[in-house]
Write a protein that binds this ligand. Structure first.
Ligand SMILES: [Zn+2]
Length: 295
């Protein structure tokens, strides 16, 4: 894929608080594919959010989700059970409703359905919806404005590795809050820009995922944004992914050549030990929060 999409890259103020005093956090080197993008990660001095600017606008962002984007693939479904360390609680009562926003191929919902939840998925990708539907999951193309969900309240809403993809995260979080049943919970997981793997590998870290990831959270900026959306954090935990570390190391080895850290991170045993250390010291690749509506 070779795209010259300069005109469709937009500069943005902080998507978390509209502050326009952001400073450069990381320069992303132009590569052959996006040589005109000159994208940077900007950090907001107010809410701490890091965000991509300029970024692909809403009209063109879909072009960066190619047909082989892994979370949309049929052949990734059966692996989910084994690999998922995210939300996996049984429902609080029979037929409790769970909505997965950005459900991809529906693998997570298959698992939650087996646990006893009544599940619904929403996703912006028609391909992913088709895969989920074929697997027997009720998945709908679109967002919270979809006519089949507008009036439904859910006991649990999950946004797993989704928030960082959104142009207007606050709008989605507000809509999610409006769709919560009494005592309903929201579970959110995002990559952590303060993680040890980010600090080691910077632009080669898997969590950069340029240009699909528009937002980069740390625990504080995630909590700030949830508070702005009327949500209160009940629990926050770090999620280890030694495979992320290995893939980030391999990216860095490929882009920059050998270094001891890159070599160490690329090996299965040492990456597991480093991930364990990151977990013990709260520096994991991903953070996950459980939240509910503010009183
Ligand atoms: Zn901000």
């Amino acid at each position: 894929m070779s795209l010259d999409l300069t005109a469709d890259w937009e500069k943005t103020d902080c998507p978390g608080c509209q502050c326009n005093r952001g400073f450069v956090f990381l320069n992303l080197k132009p590569n052959a594919e996006f040589e005109h993008s000159h994208a940077q990660l900007i950090r907001c001095p107010d809410c701490q959010l890091v965000f991509l600017s300029p970024r692909p606008n809403r009209n063109i962002i879909g072009q960066f989700y190619s047909d082989d984007y892994a979370p949309h693939q049929t052949n990734k479904i059966k692996h989910h059970k084994k690999s998922s360390k995210e939300f996996s609680s049984p429902p609080p009562e029979i037929n409790a409703k769970l909505l997965d926003y950005g459900c991809g191929n529906g693998a997570f919902l298959l698992k939650m359905k087996a646990l006893g939840w009544e599940v619904t998925g929403l996703d912006a990708s028609a391909n992913a919806i088709a895969v989920a539907n074929a697997a027997g999951i009720k998945a709908l193309h679109g967002d919270f404005k979809h006519p089949e969900v507008t009036t439904i309240k859910f006991d649990c809403i999950t946004l797993r590795q989704v928030l960082e993809h959104l142009h207007n995260p606050l709008e989605t979080l507000n809509e999610a809050r409006n769709h919560l049943a009494t005592k309903g919970k929201i579970s959110i997981s995002v990559p952590n820009i303060e993680s040890l793997p980010y600090r080691w590998f910077k632009e080669d870290w898997l969590g950069i995922d340029f240009p699909r990831h528009l937002l980069f959270f740390n625990p504080q900026s995630l909590e700030n944004m949830l508070r702005k959306a009327g949500l209160k954090v009940l629990k926050m935990k770090h999620i280890r992914h030694s495979s992320w570390l290995r893939e980030s190391s391999l990216n860095a080895l490929k882009a920059k050549g050998f270094s001891f850290k890159r070599w160490l991170g690329s090996k299965k045993l040492s990456s597991s030990v480093i991930s364990l250390w990151a977990g013990l010291t709260n520096q994991c690749d991903c953070i996950q929060v459980l939240a509910e509506e503010e009183d």
